[in-house]
Design a binder for this molecule. Structure first.
Ligand code: PLP
Length: 234
């Protein structure tokens, strides 16, 4: 496990350097990009190693796995739920006080409102947008975001902080860059019309294969899994 811990720490340093280089290319500050370490491929020990190496933002795509790790990990973590959330899993998920990147319907947001109010806190969410139009993906259609904003603004215990997307599965890095640019343009277009209660400041986009492009296109949160666990075997 000592080897594994050293390798994870090295990987973290490398990914952070790549983020800083991409930020510099775009004239942005590296501090304005938050790295979320996606731990869905690994167990509790490797997740703990990533936290201990200095990464407090950890993401899981399955709610049950987030619950399990949130119980087992020692130390202060900001959890991120990056995968689909069903309404019957909202209550246990909110207990970990995560940033939910994957809010994709008013019905889900109403369930989040109800549970957050019962818990006495305000849930922070990003609206997931399917910019690529890929039918296998979750997420709102770009044209559905604007009409949703007044409804979410009315939810007292839900705070929208921005938008999230996943790049197309096909088309490679060029297509990924176009998808990221589309999310940023959508955000810029909506910003003026945005209700006071809603912020679209955060853009969650970019994974291991394309986080550098996402940073160049304005990501404030990148979700990186495989690159952080490279070389540790299975
Ligand atoms: C798995 C996953 C990631 C991380 O993917 P890697 O390519 O391993 O970096 C990012 N975002 C979402 C939504 C994911 O499901």
């Amino acid at each position: 496990m000592a080897d594994v811990r050293a390798r994870i720490a090295e990987n973290l340093e490398r990914v952070r350097a790549q983020i800083a280089e991409a930020a510099a290319r775009a004239g942005r500050r590296a501090e304005d990009v938050r790295l979320v370490g996606v731990t869905k491929y690994v167990g509790v020990e490797e997740t703990q190693a990533l936290l201990d190496a200095g990464l407090p933002d950890l993401g899981e795509s399955r709610p049950q796995e987030l619950w399990r790790k949130a119980e087992a990990i020692q130390g202060k973590v900001q959890w991120h739920l990056i995968g689909h959330l069903q309404r019957n899993k909202v209550q246990r998920t909110l207990a970990a006080i995560p940033l939910i990147h994957s809010a994709d319907s008013l019905r889900l947001l109403e369930a989040v409102q109800q549970e957050a109010e019962a818990l006495g806190h305000v849930a922070r969410v990003l609206l997931e947008v399917n910019v690529s139009g890929d039918s296998t993906k979750h997420g709102l259609k770009p044209s559905d975001v604007e009409p949703l904003l007044p409804h979410v603004a009315a939810l007292s215990h839900v705070r929208v902080r921005g938008l999230m997307t996943m790049a197309s599965l096909t088309g490679g890095r060029d297509q990924a860059r176009r998808d990221f640019a589309r999310l940023r343009e959508l955000r810029d277009r909506l910003s003026d019309a945005c209700p006071r209660e809603v912020s679209l400041a955060e853009l969650s986009m970019g994974m291991s294969g394309d986080f550098d492009l996402a940073v160049e296109e304005g990501a404030t949160l990148v979700r990186v899994g495989s690159s952080l666990f490279e070389g540790i075997g299975e």
